[in-house]
Design a protein around this ligand. Structure first.
Ligand code: 1PR
Length: 554
């Protein structure tokens, strides 16, 4: 029937809803936005998205008068699907913002993961385990063992007891904690994970919400205990596309060799394909995430015409896993001097065009330098002025990646670099030096700075970065494996996720990094572009070697 062709999406200014719109449209349905309380009257099925902070969401909902509208919509029995913070808001409150109360549809409070024992935020693909047994009616399509994409620092702990046994649909384990990954009661279904970013499994789940009448019958009690649920978080495999304008001005995917992207003979920019098509190919082949790094800056035209925005729009219509965009995230002046876009607005344009995260390179190094200068001067090191702080505050920490471009500086003794964190290396320098430190660079590796990687990542975590993308200039494009010493050293300095990058040449390099450093995600570029190793082969190898590792432990 014709009314089924339409789905309503709650629009209250909560971060990136572009990917949800794209996912629903991909399924053949049309999205209509709910922008005022009056719009609730015509809606017969609502998706309630949420990105960013709990307090920000509640205040935005209140400002629009949506708290009451949501309550009466839910009471009317019409279906609602909440996502991420859109699920959290259905609970009574959150540790993230104790002064703001939630809708209280479900009993319980949202709590912060314990980062003493694991990486926080919880980012990546983890399974949602259905906790009750009843297949006598249509249920949300959460296939057994299927993994979904999570990105969050807060969650509601799963006990399976009390009222929880009546409303928890799935639970998920992350290291030492089990939390509620979806709820389902009467006409309300909600997920902590992002179906719109969870590939085909996520699209299937959205489809079941749209097409079926998902009304949960009472007395379907939870039967699984928290400790019977296994942690199934996998290490993410990320395909990275360095993008730049070629000499005729078109955006092409390129790839450097230790950051040099010109062909040795012709001097032309190495051209490895079209950004949108290549990203779509990697999605089909099973990439868990896609990262674009725009390694040129387009300052010759108004920011709103930046070709990268169109690349993001087109990619997000075809790719249903998280998209990161880096390069040029800083305060940007219009070429005619008419205005300056603060970095947080530059990021906002990228999010509206379909990006889920922005990655910050050079600007993060300058910000970290100011952080340590203030600390040394006895001033509060944070003043809210940096891009990292502002983007994290507005869009959530999970939306801010810091991209590091380090290179080794060899020394004969730690005394030769007294202000830096020096490690003893198993791979001595050209003059047999047995020590090195990792120097940060800016401007795509062209300018070295007096800041080491440890200093950078510690400051960035304090400013609110959600993740570290750890490149390595010495290893980039060499196919010789990741710099294990660098990754280990960086992991030890932060509790946020670290993505290993630069140097992958064979499937074994990925598992080596995971086994030796416990890294959270692995990224590669060249071997995927040149079709030397398929993504699927990498994932199969990782699964096999993880199984082997498990067998060795137990
Ligand atoms: O400083 O915020 O404008 O960001 C610029 C961004 O562009 C940074 O993230 C920086 O890493 C990136 N970048 C700048 N110049 C280059 C270059 O290559 N000339 N690319 C560059 C960095 C490294 C990775 C690469 C991995 C894996 N390239 O992106 O994908 O090393 O490669 P591999 O698997 O082939 O070894 P800002």
């Amino acid at each position: 029937s014709s009314h089924k062709q339409k789905l309503y999406l709650l629009d209250y200014g909560a971060g990136n809803v572009r990917s949800l719109v794209n996912a629903v449209e991909r399924l053949g349905y049309h999205i209509e936005f709910i922008q005022t309380s009056a719009d609730f009257g015509k809606a017969d099925k609502i998706i309630f998205p949420g990105v960013g902070a709990f307090g920000y969401a509640i205040q935005a909902l209140r400002k629009k008068g949506f708290m009451e509208s949501l309550r009466s919509y839910i009471a009317s029995g019409r279906p609602l699907m909440g996502i991420c913070v859109g699920m959290q808001v259905l609970f009574e409150g959150s540790k993230e913002s104790p002064e703001d109360s939630g809708l209280g549809i479900f009993e319980g409070h949202v709590a912060l993961f314990n980062s003493g024992s694991k990486t926080v935020p919880h980012i990546g693909w983890n399974a949602a385990q259905v906790v009750h047994a009843d297949d006598s009616q249509p249920a949300p399509d959460v296939a057994d063992g299927e993994r979904f994409y999570f990105v969050h620092s807060y969650a509601v702990p799963y006990t399976g007891e009390g009222s929880q046994s009546q409303f928890v649909h799935t639970a998920t384990r992350y290291s030492d904690e089990t939390f509620i990954s979806s709820v389902w009661k009467d006409n309300v279904f909600a997920t902590q994970f992002h179906p719109e970013k969870s590939g085909n499994a996520g699209l299937a789940l959205l489809k079941s919400f749209i097409q079926d009448d998902l009304i949960r019958k009472p007395n379907q009690n939870a039967v699984l205990s928290p400790c019977s649920i296994k942690d199934t978080l996998s290490v993410r495999v990320i395909a990275c596309l360095d993008v730049r304008a070629n000499d005729s001005g078109d955006l092409v995917v390129t790839k450097g060799d230790q950051y040099d992207v010109r062909e040795v003979n012709s001097g032309d920019v190495r051209n490895l394909g079209k950004p949108v098509d290549l990203a779509a190919r990697y999605f089909t082949e099973g990439a868990d995430e896609i990262t674009f790094l725009n390694i040129t800056s387009f300052r010759d035209r108004p920011f709103a015409d930046t070709p990268m925005l169109e690349v993001l729009r087109q990619t997000s219509r075809r790719v249903f896993v998280p998209l990161t965009i880096g390069g040029g995230v800083r305060d940007v002046a219009e070429p005619d001097g008419s205005r300056i876009w603060p970095a947080v607005d530059v990021a906002g344009e990228y999010f509206r065009s379909g990006a889920d995260k922005v990655s910050i390179g050079s600007d993060a190094v300058y910000a970290a330098e100011r952080y340590w200068q203030r600390a040394a001067a006895g001033e509060p090191p944070l003043d809210g002025s940096t891009a990292i702080e502002q983007i994290a505050e507005r869009y959530g920490r999970q939306a801010v990646v810091v991209s590091v471009d380090p290179r080794r500086v060899y020394v004969s003794s730690p005394k030769d670099a007294p202000t830096h964190h020096v490690i003893e290396t198993a791979f001595p320098g050209p003059e047999g030096q047995r020590y090195c430190w990792y120097q940060c660079t800016v401007k795509g590796g062209r300018e070295p700075r007096d800041t080491d990687v440890r200093q950078l990542v510690a400051a960035c975590q304090a400013m609110g970065a959600g993740e570290i993308l750890l490149n390595c200039m010495d290893k980039d494009g060499t196919n010789s494996g990741y710099d294990i010493e660098l990754i280990k050293d960086t992991k030890a300095a932060v509790s946020i996720p670290v993505i290993a990058s630069s140097g992958a040449g064979r499937p074994e390099h990925f598992s080596e990094a995971i086994e030796k450093t416990n890294v959270d995600a692995v990224l590669a570029a060249g071997i995927f572009h040149r079709r030397e190793v398929p993504i699927e082969a990498v994932k199969r190898h990782m699964d096999e070697s993880m199984e082997e590792l498990d067998n060795r432990i137990y």
